[in-house]
Design a protein around this ligand. Structure first.
Ligand SMILES: [Cu+2]
Length: 170
């Protein structure tokens, strides 16, 4: 019996470090594989966004209010297709200040830029305020399909009918 235990112990002693070494080798290989996958993915993503940014933008116009000062969006329904590049032109032909508020929609798109006057804003945007006579251009790529709420957050305007819907198709 003592002999048997000694044999098992001796074998364990020899086998264990070899096993650990194999595990370490497997770990290193997995790690390198992961690194490779990550860099390949970011290369694909860079290529994709490069191609997307070269894509001519489809122009869509929405008017916040109108010259008769009616409290509505014209049109009050917008529809976009994921993966396409859009230029949304916002105008305010009324004598009142209005908001383009569509937070969930803004979360479902990738904003390239918003241009207003001589200023270009990059990055995420959730809400735009347009003073009377103002114009802005929003360049983006829809990402997440869904139906999103649009409204004007000036007190009383939503209730008076200044709301709409933005759809990103599936
Ligand atoms: Cu309004």
């Amino acid at each position: 019996m003592t002999w048997l235990f000694r044999e098992v112990y001796k074998n364990l002693y020899y086998v264990l470090p070899a096993g650990l070494q194999a595990m370490r080798r497997i770990f290193v290989v997995c790690f390198l594989l992961c690194l490779g996958l990550i860099s390949a993915n970011s290369a694909i993503a860079a290529n994709l966004s490069d191609n997307l940014l070269k894509q001519p933008a489809t122009e869509v116009t929405i008017s916040l209010g109108n010259s008769a000062n009616e409290l509505k969006f014209e049109p009050d329904h917008l529809e976009f297709v994921p993966g396409k590049r859009y230029l949304l032109r916002l105008t305010n032909p009324s004598q009142l200040k209005h908001y383009f508020t569509a937070k969930d929609f803004a979360d479902g798109i990738w904003t390239q830029k918003v241009e207003a006057g001589k200023v270009e804003i990059k990055g995420a945007i959730h809400e735009l305020e347009l003073k009377p006579g103002a114009e802005a251009e929003w360049v983006f790529i829809p990402m997440k399909p869904g139906n999103y709420d649009l409204h004007c957050s000036i007190p009383g305007h939503t209730e008076a009918g200044m709301n709409g819907e933005i759809a990103i198709a599936k």
